[in-house]
Design a protein around this ligand. Structure first.
Ligand code: NAD
Ligand code: UD1
Length: 339
């Protein structure tokens, strides 16, 4: 079976994708510099799957170190998860975000060309639809205007990858636009392990539930939505991971660039998420309304038809499973991968 390199594979989405690829029979190797993760996640992936995963501590920007990984393995496809992703931090440190996210992409493309590896699956984001596209977002819409450097790095990387695929007829690029991944593996052995104060909603809720934070501040209740709070398309991370298995299969039989939304197509408000969490877990979440967070859009969700039609993929798990698994991960690992 072919070998898949997961660049940034020790992180939240990469570790879940590793499990699904291994279960589908692929060999997986991981290269990560652990700037936002722990090698422990891959130990846990090995425990869940019962398979060995070669793990390299490598900065993906470092082409020489990356080439050494390609020399050791017969890699068929690359999934590029290795990016910085905190929106607020990207506004404070734009150059760090542009250099890390874009240089890792170019480094991978160059080393892949050297080793004649042609399949590139990229972790993009719904953020590339920007602020002006109507909802639901569909892949044929133009990329929009982003409110922060993190979003712009995704727009730029999509463009770079499309241009590379135009110039090299052998290259197969799959751009996966994730909506809002939450949840954890049902084993509760791997999950999201943010450093510091969480930026995203679900890790904040689970940290309130476990007693690490006093209360959740809901950013705005005066949006033009039914309950005044923002609505998003939350997707279980295991469903998202299975989408990558489908994308790897697709990439190996096609060339050029193809874009897929990975979302459920159903939005939920912040209040609905908190209520679903309380129902699924029996834990009350203290919450207060606060000011809107700059840059937030009232509502967005996916048109998920293309992934269903072409990849034969759709999200199977609902809000109950997303809340249950987020909570089981958090309560069994109150300090994440730190033992
Ligand atoms: P994560 O931070 O958990 O994982 C990213 C991994 O990349 C980490 O293990 C980090 O150590 C590694 N990394 C970063 N820069 C590196 C470098 N220069 N060299 C080697 N390793 C490096 O994040 P995640 O949530 O798993 O996200 C994975 C990808 O998906 C990212 O590109 C992110 O922007 C994108 N994405 C995530 C979300 C989300 O909500 N989690 C949504 C849309 C898109
Ligand atoms: C954010 C990023 C987006 C990124 C995505 C996934 C911004 C503006 N956007 O999207 O670029 O791709 O994460 O990583 O940051 N909320 C609260 N209280 C909290 C945290 C969140 O009310 O403490 C609300 C937010 O206002 C939002 C919803 O919960 O309405 C979801 O927030 P979040 O999980 O950060 O995701 P996005 O804002 O959709």
């Amino acid at each position: 079976m072919s070998t898949i390199l997961l660049a940034g594979g020790a992180g939240y989405i990469g570790s879940h994708t590793a499990v699904e690829l291994l279960q589908a029979g692929y060999d997986v190797i991981v290269a990560d510099n652990f700037c936002n993760s722990s090698p422990q996640s891959i130990k846990r992936v090995e425990m869940i799957s019962g398979k060995h995963v070669p793990l390299y501590e490598v900065d993906i920007k470092d082409k020489k170190a990356l080439s050494n990984v390609f020399l050791k393995h017969n890699i068929e496809s690359v999934i590029h998860f290795a990016g910085l992703k905190a929106v607020g931090e990207s506004m404070e440190k734009p150059l760090l975000y542009y250099s890390n996210n874009i240089d890792t992409t170019i480094s991978l493309l160059e080393v892949m060309a050297e080793f004649h590896v042609h399949n590139f699956i990229f972790s993009s984001s719904a953020t590339v639809y920007g602020t002006e596209n109507p909802i639901p977002y569909i892949e044929t819409m133009p990329r929009g205007t982003c409110s922060n450097p993190y979003g712009w790095t995704k727009v730029m990387m999509e463009q770079i990858l499309e241009d590379a695929a135009k110039a090299d007829p052998a290259l197969s690029v799959v751009l996966l636009r994730y909506f809002n991944p939450i949840g954890a593996h049902p084993s509760s052995m791997i999950g999201e392990d943010p450093t510091g104060i969480p930026n995203n909603l679900m890790p904040y809720i689970t940290q309130v539930a476990v007693g690490r934070r006093d209360h959740l501040t809901i950013f705005g209740n005066d949006y033009p939505t039914k309950d005044g709070t923002c609505r998003r398309d939350y997707i279980h991370v295991v469903d998202l991971a299975i989408g990558h298995v489908k994308a790897v299969e697709y990439a190996s039989h096609h060339t050029g660039t193809e874009i897929f939304n990975l979302g459920t197509g159903t939005p939920y408000s912040v209040n609905e998420i908190v209520e679903a969490f309380e129902q699924a877990t029996g834990v009350k979440i203290k919450r207060e309304y606060g000011a809107r967070r700059p840059g937030d859009i009232p509502e967005f969700y996916a048109n998920a038809d293309k992934a269903k039609a072409i990849l034969d993929w759709k999200a199977e798990m609902g809000l109950y499973e997303m809340c249950r698994d987020s909570w089981n991960w958090q309560r069994n690992n109150p300090n994440g991968y730190q033992i």
